[in-house]
Write a protein that binds this ligand. Structure first.
Ligand SMILES: C=C(O[C@@H]1C=C(C(=O)O)C=C[C@H]1O)C(=O)O
Ligand SMILES: NC(=O)CC[C@H](N)C(=O)O
Length: 754
């Protein structure tokens, strides 16, 4: 067999496929893994290219092996003649397909297993040779029942006792070189039956080749054009840049521990409703930094709505519509920032200048090529899915030691730096008297909650999808609408509301973005993705799954028991950890690690179960290294990992499709991400949860000066909230959990009227 075996991995639109590819690369030295979707090739084409591969892996996936739409070409793989057959290893849906095409019966489990660990019993031969105890993760609702007449036989099983009895966990074909497992060897929590089993498969596959005197046919360009380059595959950077501008970031450093971020924001005009304003509190290292954009009149404001062929860039009164041409919005943003790329700011601070803003949920949905069901020319089309400002001047505050960094990307900005220094010094001398914040709203706001009966019926519907094997976990959400009547006066209600939210629900990823028409107030506990500066950019994702309300008597020990000690909560978290590993592997290649698994963290109103996944470009392909050198690696990860898996469930694509049917409206800003992309190549993006937003078109007059029309008598705010539904979910508890999350923001509205 050739020195670098080629393996074909058939993906059934699952969210664990890259984990399987990474496992395969560990098990089979020097192999090339080519990944295709199960509907990419016809049977005939598949048959024509199979002889070029040493083996095939058939991955897991949503749905059922007897539904042609779910299983695609895999159904026919098992029937190909002996002459072209190659060794195949199936996983989960892959096993089910092999088994039913070999005569077995497909059944639903009585008690489905999603993210559950089971002991796997086997006889230690063949696929399991030399393997001891296996504890393996299962993600399935369906299973197969075998009889002696079938062409496959059982190799391993799990004992589910009264729940499901003995469940088939591995099979082999009696004649053909096909093996498969029902559990997930690639899951981070599978032990004993992961890489070991794949190595055994590879040994069996090689023996089969030797026995049948078969050698893979030579690789050709034609085959490559059908299956694409081997994984990890990335598009080459759209513009190769030898060395980006080594421009300096002008920086002045002050030590003013007496000034708070809110003081500085007040000084910079946060009260002025008509002007754009951005504050990211404690980004990069939760609890440490605040990043304030000093937005000038002509700072570029970039907005984009899905479906538009142009990006809208506004500078002062000038609005230009820049055509995207054949590029997508991501490439456009990458090109926009490129001339600003910088290497010489203060190394330890997270932000030197760059984009600040949000990327809405639907941007991620669109990037997965899922049609948006709710946008049939509706008004929400006008609302930006991307809303960013390019920040040339900024202030970064280190709340731990009181240092303040005043920065500009403009080399001729010394004067502004001096002026700002003077302002801040003066402000620090006068003890700041906080603006008395009386009631922000004149009356208690009118709150329209999601309809309880409808929401609960949707939880039940979500569970039906889980029982049918369509998804392993669904993050169901709903919007709550708040109509509030702001007090008339010189101050800006949203900024005051943010300050109130900050005191009532302090959170590591808080933020205030006033980027008209959108205003976003966030008290998010959840980091989606941060990435450090190149070279050797490190990406970190911190998904949260598992929530317990803080209440008297809920001590850390009890919270740990309720979260880390709960099979349901750990399973919920594990599914997202595996999904995030897949997303990250998809860009950075092999180098992905789970640094923290299911640790209980304390927040103001809730306890949460948090995991940490990291990856980088250390064992990367040429393209990844090139992206890293240009400071674009983290951006690529962001582009390919939205929407956040913790807000969709797994597998991501099918779960999003189901959720679009279950939910009433676009999620919009909620469930998206907000944060920054620094000109130095670093970034930090948080999940928009425990947040509220409103749209206000007053300051968006087309092509003319800003017109500050009469303030509306009422403001319409939206708060999204939800939670992961799994097969173990209880309807009432899930409703309560959604309300707890909602309350973390809603209570601030109630307090704002007092
Ligand atoms: C959906 C929300 O939160 C998400 C769901 C969580 C859960 O199911 O435990 C936890 C954090 C978030 O990923 C929300 O806050 O609205
Ligand atoms: N992980 C999988 O491949 C799941 C297969 C199938 N959809 C089931 O739920 O049983």
């Amino acid at each position: 067999m050739s020195a670098s075996p080629r393996i074909l991995l058939i993906d059934s639109y699952d969210s664990f496929t890259h984990n399987l590819a990474a496992l395969c690369r560990r098990a089979v030295p020097d192999c090339h893994v080519h990944i295709i979707k199960n509907d990419a090739l016809s049977v005939r084409t598949l048959a024509s290219i199979l002889p070029c591969f040493s083996a095939v892996i058939v991955g897991p996936g949503p749905g059922s092996p007897d539904n042609p739409h779910d299983i695609g070409v895999v159904k026919h793989l098992w029937k190909l003649s002996q002459a072209i057959a190659v060794p195949v290893f199936g996983v989960c849906l892959g096993l089910q397909s092999l088994a039913i095409e070999s005569g077995a019966k497909l059944q639903r489990l009585n008690v489905v297993k999603h993210g559950q660990i089971s002991r796997i019993h086997h006889d230690g031969t063949g696929l399991f040779k030399g393997i001891g105890d296996i504890h393996a993760v299962r993600y399935h609702s369906l299973h197969v029942e075998l009889s002696d007449r079938d062409d496959v036989e059982q190799l391993a099983w799990a004992d589910d006792g009264a729940e499901n009895g003995a469940v088939v966990m591995a099979v082999k074909h009696k004649v053909k070189p096909f093996w498969a497992v029902q559990y997930h060897p690639e899951s981070v929590c599978t032990s004993g039956g992961g890489v070991e089993v794949l190595r055994n498969f590879w040994r069996l596959a090689r023996n089969w080749h030797v026995f049948h005197d078969r050698k893979p046919e030579p690789w050709s360009r034609d085959v490559q054009s059908m299956v694409g380059p081997s994984w990890p595959q990335l598009p080459p950077p759209s513009v190769i840049q030898k060395d980006f501008a080594a421009s300096n970031v002008l920086t002045a450093v002050l030590h003013l521990p007496q000034l708070s971020a809110a003081d500085v924001c007040d000084l910079l005009g946060a009260q002025e409703e008509s002007s754009p304003f951005t504050l990211l509190e404690s980004a990069a290292q939760p609890g440490k930094y605040s990043i304030i954009g000093c937005i000038a009149r002509d700072s570029p404001r970039v907005t984009y709505s899905i479906g538009d062929s142009h990006v809208r860039v506004r500078q002062g009164a000038t609005i230009s519509l820049r055509p995207l041409g054949q590029h997508d919005i991501w490439t456009w943003m990458g090109r926009f920032i490129r001339p600003w790329k910088a290497k010489k700011g203060v190394p330890e601070i997270p932000f030197w200048g760059g984009f600040i803003g949000y990327l809405g949920y639907e941007l991620g949905v669109d990037s997965l090529s899922i049609p948006l069901r709710s946008r049939k020319g509706s008004a929400s089309r006008q609302h930006p899915d991307v809303n960013l400002v390019f920040v040339e001047r900024s202030i970064v505050m280190d709340s731990h030691n009181g240092d303040i960094f005043i920065q500009s990307l403009n080399p001729d900005d010394t004067h502004w730096l001096q002026e700002m220094t003077t302002h801040l010094l003066l402000a620090s001398e006068e003890p700041h008297s906080p603006t008395p914040v009386g009631p922000i709203f004149l009356q208690p706001p009118i709150v329209t909650l999601p309809d309880e009966t409808v929401y609960k019926s949707r939880i039940q519907l979500a569970k039906e999808h889980l029982f049918a094997g369509e998804s392993y976990e669904l993050c169901l959400t709903a919007h709550t609408h708040v109509t509030a009547r702001p007090r008339n006066g010189p101050t800006c209600s949203s900024w005051d509301l943010y300050k109130l939210l900050q005191t009532r629900n302090p959170a590591p990823h808080s933020g205030y973005l006033r980027l008209h028409p959108t205003t976003l107030l966030s008290s998010s506990p959840e980091r989606f993705l941060s990435f450090s500066r190149p070279p050797h950019s490190k990406c970190q994702l911190r998904p949260i799954k598992g929530t317990v309300r803080k209440a008297p008597g809920i001590t850390r020990e009890i919270a740990e028991e309720l979260l880390a000690g709960s099979r349901k909560e750990v399973a919920e978290n594990l599914m997202i950890v595996d999904l995030i590993r897949h997303d990250l592997h998809g860009v950075v290649g092999d180098d992905v690690d789970v640094k923290q698994f299911c640790r209980v963290e304390e927040y103001e109103t809730v306890w949460q179960l948090v995991s940490v996944i990291e990856g980088g470009s250390s064992h990367a392909s040429g393209e990844t290294t090139a992206l890293d050198a240009q400071g674009d690696l983290g951006w690529e990860v962001l582009k390919r990992s939205l929407p956040p898996g913790s807000m969709t469930g797994a597998p991501k694509k099918r779960s999003i499709e189901i959720l679009q049917d279950l939910e009433d409206n676009d999620r919009s800003v909620y469930s998206g991400v907000f944060g920054y992309w620094c000109v130095g190549g670093a970034g930090d993006w948080s999940v928009v949860i425990r947040s509220c937003f409103k749209y206000d078109g007053r300051f968006e007059a087309q092509g003319s000066e800003v017109v500050d029309l009469v303030p509306p008598a009422t403001e319409e705010w939206t708060i999204g909230a939800g939670g992961a539904i799994t097969a173990l979910s209880e309807v009432d508890a899930e409703w309560d959990e959604m309300v707890v999350k909602l309350q973390s923001v809603l209570r601030t509205f109630e307090a704002a009227a007092q």
